[in-house]
Ligand binder design. Structure first.
Ligand SMILES: Cc1cc2nc3c(=O)[nH]c(=O)nc-3n(C[C@H](O)[C@H](O)[C@H](O)COP(=O)(O)OP(=O)(O)OC[C@H]3O[C@@H](n4cnc5c(N)ncnc54)[C@H](O)[C@@H]3O)c2cc1C
Length: 259
């Protein structure tokens, strides 16, 4: 399959990225506009359960997280909007699933309230780490700058740095790869996410890192993802990987900026 041409006719505020790149306008009005678009505008909510593991574009998932993180949109507002949508349009597995995902956000808040500072401990909520932590500084830089052996991981890391966003599928994979394949210290990785994520939230970020590291409340000891298998399944034509790896080459991350 030939590489798609990059559209490099770009508005200034996107700093040289293609016009189709996601960008998030701040404020409650922009948050509500996004909600109306995702619910009544496109009715993408009706397909959410099927599309939520996507990686490219605006409407595979709600993209509410930046507005939630900055307090521009509340979980209650979304919840009541889902109920209105269920009355107006339809109620199905997808409408239920968006509420279910919001429960994860609540869950990690309650975990943080229950355990306090403990959530930032090297061994999380356990007595010992689940995986050997080597945290080699050069490997650490490779992960941050998108220069690992996995093109799939690299593409996600470029997307994070260049847009401030990464899909949930991407986050799970790069986290698993960092912890279980590279032996990196999850706390350093979580801090790199904190530095770049436009939707950074201390409870959701830390809670998810603990979960993938197997040192949260999850009874399953390992959440190791086979990133090659995941790339085959979620980016079978390699469109996502080519897109972000080409942009990563064009706008590389200076390894000296990683600290
Ligand atoms: C390692 C790692 C770090 C993460 N860090 C953050 C973070 O800093 N801030 C953040 O908001 N989310 C974080 N998440 C959770 C999740 O990836 C994002 O909430 C989601 O990708 C945001 O996109 P969306 O709004 O389109 O999600 P949708 O799929 O549309 O979900 C709707 C909402 O449900 C909530 N939600 C969905 N999945 C999760 C989850 N696993 N944990 C908690 N809440 C969830 C979010 O509020 C999200 O906006 C992290 C996940 C992982 C694996």
């Amino acid at each position: 399959m030939p590489d798609e041409p990059l559209d490099l006719d770009i508005p200034d505020r996107m700093g040289g990225l293609p016009k189709t790149t996601m960008h998030f306008d701040g404020g409650a009005e922009a948050g509500m506009k996004r909600l109306r678009h995702y619910f009544w505008g496109t009715r993408a909510l009706s397909e959410y359960k099927k599309t939520r593991n996507g990686m490219m574009g605006w409407d595979y998932s709600s993209k509410f997280s930046p507005w939630l993180a900055w307090g521009c949109l509340s979980a209650r507002t979304i919840y009541h909007a889902v109920l209105d949508y269920e009355d107006d349009v339809e109620s199905n597995e997808s409408t239920y699933w968006l509420i279910f995902e919001l429960l994860w956000r609540d869950y990690f808040r309650f975990i943080a309230m229950q355990h306090g500072d403990r959530i930032w401990h090297e061994t999380g909520l356990k007595d010992a780490p689940r995986n050997p932590v080597t945290h080699h500084p050069l490997q650490w830089k490779d992960w941050c700058t998108g220069n690992t052996k996995s093109a799939y991981v690299n593409a996600n890391m470029h997307e994070l740095r260049l847009t401030g966003f990464m899909s949930n599928r991407g986050r799970q994979n790069v986290a698993s790869y960092a912890i279980h394949d590279m032996g990196l210290d999850w706390r350093e990785c979580a801090a790199w996410f904190e530095r770049w994520l436009i939707d950074f939230d201390p409870c959701s970020n830390t809670g998810n890192w603990l979960y993938v590291a197997g040192i949260g409340n999850d009874p399953r000891p390992q959440r190791k993802f086979d990133v090659d298998w995941q790339a085959e399944r979620y980016d079978p034509d390699g469109v996502f990987q080519r897109h972000w790896n080409r942009l990563g080459e064009k706008f590389p991350c200076d390894p000296d900026a990683v600290s």
